[in-house]
Ligand binder design. Sequence first.
Ligand code: HEM
Ligand code: NAG
Ligand code: NAG
Ligand code: NAG
Ligand code: NAG
Length: 335
Amino acid sequence: MLTLLLPFLLHMTTAVAATASWSHLQPDFYSETCPEAESTVREVIKEAMIREPRNAASVMRLQFHDCFVNGCDASLLLDDTPNMIGEKLALSNINSLRSFEVIDEAKEALEKKCPETVSCADIVIMAARDAVALSGGPDWEVKLGRKDSLTASQVESDNIMPSPRANASYLINLFDKFNLSVKDLVALSGSHSIGKARCFSVVYRLYNQSGSGRPDPAMEPSFRERLNKLCPRDGDQNVTGDLDSTPTVFDNQYFKDLVLGRGFLNSDQTLYTFAATRKWVVKFSEDEVGFFDAFVEGMLKLGDLRSGRPGEIRSNCRVVNNLPLHPARAMALAY
Ligand code: HEM
Ligand SMILES: *[C@@H]1O[C@H](CO)[C@@H](O)[C@H](O)[C@H]1NC(C)=O
Ligand SMILES: *[C@@H]1O[C@H](CO)[C@@H](O)[C@H](O)[C@H]1NC(C)=O
Ligand SMILES: *[C@@H]1O[C@H](CO)[C@@H](O)[C@H](O)[C@H]1NC(C)=O
Ligand SMILES: *[C@@H]1O[C@H](CO)[C@@H](O)[C@H](O)[C@H]1NC(C)=O
């Protein structure tokens, strides 16, 4: 009997060893060390949203941009240093990502209550969940216990983060690299139910789609006229427009808008244009509960993307602990 079981047991041991770095993520990770962690973050997000409703969208987006680049490790939050150009300068992030100060506020509140305990990577995950829940969307339990990265790289972000010009077949392939399904892609794109985008992200679509010199034919004409006014050909590309027609409420209106040809970004409207994604757009436009369930599933998978690199609990989300001195400064101090 034992000889029969032995190969099985050996197999089990290797499997456990290979996934050991994953196994410590759990819902009650801070229940002993920082029982107020989740209520503290939620309170900070609630206040940030009262100050400015868009903070919900901006905070939630951070989870996507952090987790796609080397896992959910708060690499996104690191400011540049003389030795390191981080992700904040990457094309998808510069002049675009915002609300980093809301994460800082949550971190400061947590450092007062339980110093050096709660990672910035976990704060992003909690904050994204809270932003959705407080905007009228679903609420869910998150797994915690992540570590914060020691480095960040602009190039890594530029190589991965998708352009708003991307089409559905490109996005299907990209998400598949993270083991995210077509359904996950469409559901997670439903995050654009809240928030805004810049004219920068849409002008080519209004005036020169795919180099054609013409607008994207998938845009409903009256919607296009409105966008033409908001984003004239030679206008200020930092002006922003709403990603759906109810930009502070997390609901399935985004999908209803796509069905009507009123998606803001090409990457949004393409989900309705392409057959492989259209059925999910239609489904979610008719079934808000189905959308919410699929969105939660997608956010959990996104939150499970792990970094294989060493980490720490940062005390300031913008800098690594014990930042080594820049060589020039070290030299100056030595004399
Ligand atoms: C599917 C591929 C995606 C593309 C190509 C994409 C692209 C974009 C772009 C271009 C913007 C506007 C940026 C600007 O003009 O400054 C934006 C905004 C936003 N994105 Fe995405 N996104 C994608 C998926 C996601 C996912 C998966 C999430 C979250 C789970 C997300 C959350 C958001 C939110 C909430 C905003 C509004 C942020 C704000 O108002 O500050 N996006 N996205
Ligand atoms: C989608 O985008 C990719 C990459 O930009 C491009 O190579 C491909 O031709 C596009 N597919 C369609 C059907 O437009
Ligand atoms: C996707 O799943 C495969 C098979 O389970 C696994 O080997 C791979 O590491 C996963 N990829 C990511 C990015 O999680
Ligand atoms: C439209 O895009 C094409 C290809 O990118 C480019 O060659 C052309 O100059 C653009 N036209 C205008 C009016 O910007
Ligand atoms: C938007 O504003 C920033 C400064 O806030 C500026 O550096 C950038 O060039 C502007 N971008 C566009 C697309 O107009």
